[in-house]
Design a protein around this ligand. Structure first.
Ligand code: ASP
Ligand code: MG
Length: 404
């Protein structure tokens, strides 16, 4: 039997009307002869409401109980969707993550998938049932319910597609796919028809958040191709897979804009081996992900160091650094500023030179000042002032001919 996995996110199942719509969409796949496994998120906003309620009782609730609470959101949706399917005469049965044999390890709220046995999913599918599985959840060795981090239903869908060797895995969301740039910033941005896992990951880590990053990493590791598409339209979306032939001669496949970045500055850092290492060790211990780094030439034995961190980590980073410097370690915390990170991403960069020159030239022609630069094999990122972020994105998009 050919199985397809369809995952519907929170906005796609936001209310009863949308759940009924999803049921009709699922029926289309059933009518085409597929065995259909559906993974759903909690209705939009529900997970946040549950967390708020917990925090109204206790500031730092037990992570075990918080996971137990959060999984309720998805469980509401599986039951409601099954009922909606029953009303249109589609046999359907709901399954929680643990009923589907999703076994996890690691910490609550960010557990990893150890194994997916599938429980009786295959049997149910063969019996002609649509199986609706609660995303975002599994069960650990102790028998405790755990969750996969925010947006984790994507991971459930990818993992189940892998286990069932599904013919297709469709991630239905509220956008039509992955775009060459954020269409709200670049009006002529195009939907990308095919993209590789690694490009998708670089775009995601650079601010184009269409899917949970961990889910894409899992798909890459186990080579599980999937499609990102809209539940509100019939148009095909973006295929994410291993190698994308048509992009071979394409230098850049997309431009990502990340507006949630803060630049942290350290001044008067002793210009000697180990001083910078100590700073980044402090960051690592505080669980802060550091991205771009600049250290400039030391003068009179002192140097300046700046680096970027995600906005949500900035406070934690500053606090840890303040303590580090107060302990008599050389260096002073300077003023932090918001920056926007604009990144061009493409596997074509590997084999072509001149991408940086084109990118920087285009920015220079518009008088946009680059504050920091960082690169990986398939990505070049620059930090610019917040007021130039949108313009820099448009300029890069145009410079690489990505528009319509
Ligand atoms: N309901 C969870 C969240 O809001 C998981 C998901 O939507 O994928 O993060
Ligand atoms: Mg999501």
């Amino acid at each position: 039997m050919n199985v397809v996995v369809q995952k519907y996110g929170g906005t796609s199942v936001a209310d009863v009307d949308r759940i009924k719509k999803v049921a009709r969409r699922v029926k289309l796949a059933v009518d085409s002869g597929y065995g259909v496994l559906v993974v759903v998120s909690a209705r939009a906003g529900v997970t946040n409401q549950l967390i708020e309620r917990a925090k109204a009782i206790q500031k730092n609730p037990s992570e075990r109980e918080l996971d137990m609470l959060m999984t309720c959101g998805e469980q509401e949706t599986i039951a409601l969707l099954c009922m909606a399917l029953h009303t249109i005469k589609v046999p359907a049965i709901s399954r929680t993550g643990w009923q589907a044999g999703i076994q996890t390890e690691g910490l609550h709220a960010k557990s990893r998938i150890r194994e997916v046995t599938g429980g009786d999913l295959r049997k149910q599918l063969r019996a002609g049932n649509v199986v609706v599985v609660a995303g975002f959840q599994g069960v650990n060795d102790k028998g405790d319910v755990t969750t996969f981090g925010r947006g984790g239903s994507d991971l459930s869908a990818i993992a189940l597609a892998g286990t069932l060797r599904a013919k297709g895995c469709q991630i239905f969301t509220d956008v039509e796919g992955v775009y060459t740039a954020d269409p709200r910033i670049v009006p002529d941005a195009r939907k990308i028809s095919e993209i590789s896992y690694e490009e998708m990951l670089e775009l995601a880590s650079s601010g184009s958040k269409v899917m949970q990053t961990r889910a894409v990493e899992f798909a890459q590791k186990h080579n599980i191709p999937f499609e990102v598409r809209s539940s509100f339209s019939k148009k095909s979306g973006t295929m994410v897979k291993k190698k994308v032939k048509s992009l071979e001669d394409m230098l850049v496949s997309g431009v990502a804009t990340d507006k949630n970045q803060v630049r942290i500055s350290v001044t008067e850092l002793p210009d000697r081996p180990g001083a910078a290492a100590a700073v980044f060790k402090v960051m690592a211990e505080a669980g802060v992900v550091v991205d771009m780094i600049i250290q400039n030439v030391g003068r009179q034995g002192l140097a300046n160091l700046s680096f970027t961190v995600p906005s949500e980590d900035a406070f934690r980073a500053e606090k840890a650094l303040k303590e580090h410097f107060a302990d008599g370690n050389g260096g002073k915390l300077g003023k932090s500023t918001n920056i926007v990170k604009v990144s061009v991403v493409g596997v074509g960069m590997r084999s072509h030179s001149g991408v940086a020159a084109t990118f920087f030239d285009a920015l220079a022609n518009e008088g946009i000042n680059m504050l920091m630069i960082s690169t990986s094999e398939i990505k070049i990122s620059v930090a610019v002032e917040p007021k130039s972020g949108d313009e820099a994105t448009r300029v890069a998009h145009q410079a690489f001919g990505l528009g319509k």
